[in-house]
Design a protein around this ligand. Structure first.
Ligand SMILES: *Cc1c(COP(=O)(O)O)cnc(C)c1O
Length: 375
């Protein structure tokens, strides 16, 4: 009645959660294989996360970025430990904001060097967010419709097609930005060879490589950052979704030499990286680092079980998996919900699975059993 109707919401009211389970008003239990869209990486009501958030909220929630922020320092140190080289972190509140900061940083990097290079190549079916920079970077017309004109400076290429990237190149190209596994676009994996070619192209032409790790990051694919599967050396990566385990936080990590270009006053955020969010992030990062072998193991198990269903192509890695059907899957999401399984459908025909990283084989067996019944 009072809300803007920009979402189609399923008719269920969750009131609490525990581990991989959610409970509705009537006390009905659901297996959560969505995690609030890859957000609740440690599941629901994780004791350490709950404790950290409660105890921090009794001390300080927020002081702004006008003062020292030890909580950011600590979380940044943990994130940089996993990065391939020395780097620095800027904190914001969401994925789209992280990408905005990344886009601004690319432009500033070249502007400071007196070079007129600002264009960024992005990929069909990619998704980078809903604010104008990130939306313009998102090469899917359905998201642009009604909101044109888009921000100038993006050229679109085809995923896994290096020729299309070369065609999109111009003397004004500053960077290449992509997800190593496209999430919203249908769980589409980049081929290793293609990523190597992109990295090589970036080196050859002096372009910045920006990996959008908003969905693939924070352990989702079995490595802490998704790019680590492919041995990439990105200049900038962006994070959000799973990083706060449910508390909103986003981050941009940039290689030292690139990070230097966001000087005082050039970018900022009121809420970005406040005490509450960073304390949550730190617990998540510590726990996720311990969970990585588990994510890989149960991810492989889940993938095999989905393949055994024999109903469609299985895509993705770790606990970011998709099952591509030959028909629209919206209806199946409703049927799954009725049977107590929370999943999502993306790109029309792809059932998407993003369970909490703590999920076990028994939960996977149960989810697969429900899928078998409804497909
Ligand atoms: C979800 C998502 C975003 C946008 O994140 P918001 O927090 O919704 O702004 C950006 N990039 C990728 C890859 C995403 O999956």
């Amino acid at each position: 009645m009072y809300l803007i109707e920009n979402y189609t919401r399923l008719p269920v009211r969750f009131v609490r959660g525990e581990g991989v389970y959610l409970y509705d008003q009537e006390g009905k239990r659901y297996l959560d294989f969505l995690s609030g869209i890859a957000v609740c990486s440690l599941g629901h009501s994780h004791p350490k996360l709950t404790e950290a958030v409660c105890s921090q909220s009794k001390k300080l929630l927020h002081v702004s970025n006008l003062f020292e922020n030890p909580w950011q320092e600590e979380l940044a140190r943990e994130l940089i430990k996993e990065f391939w080289t020395e780097g620095r972190v800027f904190f914001c509140n969401s994925g789209t904001e992280a990408n905005e900061a990344g886009i601004k940083l690319v432009r500033k990097f070249f502007r400071d060097r007196g070079e007129d290079r600002y264009r960024i190549i992005t990929f069909r079916n990619g998704f980078h967010g809903r604010t104008y920079g990130s939306l313009s970077a998102t090469a899917q017309e359905k998201f642009h419709e009604g909101f044109e004109p888009m921000l100038e400076g993006f050229d679109y290429a085809e995923l896994n097609d290096i020729n299309s990237v070369e065609k999109a190149l111009s003397p004004k190209t500053a960077g290449i930005m992509l997800e190593v596994i496209q999430g919203e676009g249908g769980v589409n994996e980049c081929e290793e060879e293609f990523l190597k070619e992109l990295q090589e192209l970036c080196r050859e032409k002096g372009l910045l490589l920006i990996i959008d790790e908003v969905q693939t990051g924070t352990g989702r694919t079995g490595k802490f950052y998704g790019y680590q599967h492919y041995g990439l050396e990105p200049d900038i990566i962006t994070l959000a979704k799973g990083l706060g385990g449910g508390v909103p936080i986003g981050a941009v990590i940039a290689r030292e030499e690139v990070a230097r270009h966001l000087t005082p006053g050039t970018h900022g955020s009121t809420f970005g990286g406040n005490a509450l969010a960073c304390v949550a992030g730190k617990v998540v990062v510590e726990e996720v680092k311990k969970l990585l072998p588990h994510v890989e193991e149960v991810g492989n198990y889940f993938k095999r079980k989905l393949e055994e269903l024999g109903v469609g192509r299985v895509k993705g890695r770790g606990l970011m998996l998709g099952l591509e059907l030959d028909r629209e899957c919206k209806e199946l999401v409703v049927r799954a919900l009725e049977k107590g399984l929370v999943i999502n459908c993306t790109a029309g025909k792809v059932l998407r699975f993003l369970p909490p990283l703590i999920v076990d084989k028994e939960h996977i067996d149960l989810a697969v059993k429900i899928l078998k019944e409804i497909i």
